[in-house]
Write a protein that binds this ligand. Structure first.
Ligand code: PDD
Length: 287
């Protein structure tokens, strides 16, 4: 039985419910995080909590919990759900209002919800053959750096990708590839790893930051730079990164074969560094 957390109490997920007047339900007025758990340990928790704080500040919701309280609540949630590897989802909305009004209601108490699902182990590195992605115009709003629960464009784009037989949509804004529908974007060109710089056009991904950190620590040539649509299609490698999909190599983009149709050498190097980080957290030697 899956255990969730709602407004101060742990309870079975199927018993967790919020009033229909919650502004998350009526307006999508809230923010969220997804945090991977390996061997019962929350991966990169500080970074996720920092981004949560930034998202809350951006939409003017006071953070309802201190960092220490988030940490103890999430650790308890993880231990109440038995699986060693989990994906924790947490969401904060502006709360329940007396009437539907776009403007912030006075004295609204944020709704705090968290749940956790078992995360299946990712495929063996040697068995990863590469994913298909498709490009679509970025139809989202102008504040994509906020991890908002208002995800209708992302939902539509991911579904369009699946309808086209692909795993992810890569979004093009004003001629530049910014990120995936639920992932960050990297390319490799002539040995150089490139990702677009953080800006309101994309989410500052925690996995993205870890890849940058690993590149710096292991002498992988790296720079942050805008990626034009033409550069995307002529890349030697394309990767998509996220907390749940880790680092996924793209080997077919629309009709174009990337990296000779198989994961490239720079990806192989990076995914093994990434797996080392996961092993370290499993042994309790890192966060
Ligand atoms: N999404 N960009 C977007 C638009 C995302 O939704 C996500 C993650 C990322 C990658 O961020 P991170 O490395 O911190 O997971 C980039 C999560 C997994 C989701 O919505 O389920």
């Amino acid at each position: 039985m899956s255990i969730a957390f709602l407004n101060g109490a742990f309870l079975p997920l199927q018993d967790a419910s919020v009033p229909v007047m919650d502004r998350g339900f009526l307006f999508g007025d809230g923010v969220y995080e997804v945090i991977p758990v390996y061997a019962g340990k929350l991966f990169r928790l500080d970074q996720h909590l920092k981004r949560l704080g930034n998202s809350l500040a951006a939409i003017r919701i006071e953070n309802p919990l201190s960092s220490a309280d988030w940490q103890s609540m999430l650790n308890e949630l993880v231990s109440r759900n038995a699986e060693p590897d989990q994906a924790v989802y947490l969401q904060v909305t502006r709360g329940v209002a007396a009437k539907r009004d776009h403007a912030f209601p006075p004295d609204c108490k944020p709704t705090v919800f968290a749940m956790s699902a078992a995360m299946p182990p990712p495929a063996d590195i040697d068995k990863i053959s590469g994913a298909t992605a498709v490009t679509f115009p970025d139809i989202r709003w102008k504040l994509c750096n906020i991890k908002a629960i208002t995800l209708l464009p992302n939902v539509m784009l991911r579904q369009q990708a699946i309808d086209a037989g692909a795993a992810e949509a890569i979004l093009i804004r004003e001629g530049y590839a910014v990120e995936g529908a639920a992932s960050n974007l990297f390319i490799v060109k002539d040995g150089m790893l490139i990702t677009p710089p953080n800006s309101p056009t994309l989410l500052p991904g925690v996995t993205r930051d870890l890849i940058i950190e690993l590149a710096a620590n292991h002498a992988v040539a790296f720079r942050e730079a805008d990626i034009s649509e033409a550069e995307l299609f002529s890349a030697d490698e394309i990767w998509l990164s996220s907390s749940t999909r880790e680092i996924s190599p793209v080997t077919l983009l629309d009709e174009t074969v990337i990296s000779h149709g198989k994961p490239g050498p720079v990806w192989k190097h990076m995914i093994s560094l990434y797996q080392d980080c996961k092993s370290a957290i499993r042994r309790g030697e890192a966060d």
